[in-house]
Design a protein around this ligand. Structure first.
Ligand code: DX5
Ligand code: ZN
Length: 220
């Protein structure tokens, strides 16, 4: 049985020499969110884009900017990403000394809050915050790079988080991020995910046919 899930293509796998065109193409191809991976070369061993680039992309589309902050410290950048046009701001609890304070900083900006779990992080790290956030981002690869191999062991904690959300009748979304392809997307959905991030599968499969790849992931 295939149920509708949201697709959030990661522009980390896009052609950075024409990011604007790529974002417009993703909107046309039916993306639900645009996943923007921000990396600072400190929290993760890679460096990507900052608020200035997001500010330039913002007027090109009305699509939700699902901004994944792999930066630390994170608090002093929340306002910048909010003003740049982020709609969902997701951070890693390891990047702050006070998770609830970071959640409130994002809420004060009237933005949706996401909190992320790295593959080896236990759900105890975020359990107490589930009802305070709009989205839980389950990393199925070590953060830092696209094109890595999916880590199926994260599906166990995904199921647990789905159970907690359902039991408390929360609207919190579960987003999975890293190594998603046409085969493992079904498993992720069965584990309770309702938003799928994908970079390399969407941009590289079927000669880069964005619309086809988004559709296959959505209905797999
Ligand atoms: C990795 C990023 C992911 C990554 C996904 O640190 O958070 O969003 O870009 O890319 P794929 O789908 O290629 O693993
Ligand atoms: Zn990401």
């Amino acid at each position: 049985m295939s149920s509708i899930i949201k697709i959030s293509p990661s522009i980390l796998s896009a052609d950075f020499s024409k990011l604007g065109e790529e974002v417009i193409a993703l909107e046309k191809a039916g993306a639900d969110y645009i996943h923007i991976d921000v990396m600072d070369g400190h929290f993760v061993p890679n460096l990507t884009i900052g608020p200035e680039v997001i500010k330039k992309l913002r007027p090109l589309t009305k699509k939700i900017f699902d901004v994944h902050l792999m930066i630390s410290p994170v608090d002093n950048f929340i306002k910048d990403f909010s003003e740049a046009g982020a709609d969902i701001i997701t951070f890693h609890p390891e990047a702050t000394s006070n998770t609830l304070n970071t959640i409130n900083l994002i809420k004060n900006e009237k933005k949706k809050v996401g909190i992320s779990l790295k593959p080896k992080s236990k759900i105890e790290l975020i359990k107490d915050y589930i009802e305070h956030v709009d989205l839980i981002l389950i990393m199925s690869v070590e953060p830092g790079f696209g094109g890595q191999k999916f880590m199926p062991e994260v599906l166990e904690k995904t199921k647990l988080i789905r159970e907690i959300i359902n039991k408390k009748k929360l609207k919190t979304e579960i987003e999975i991020d890293g190594g998603i392809n046409f085969e493992n997307c079904k498993q992720a959905k069965e584990a309770g995910v309702n938003v799928v991030v994908s970079g390399s599968t969407i941009f590289k499969e079927n000669q880069g046919n964005l619309k086809k790849n988004i559709e296959i992931l959505r209905t797999s």
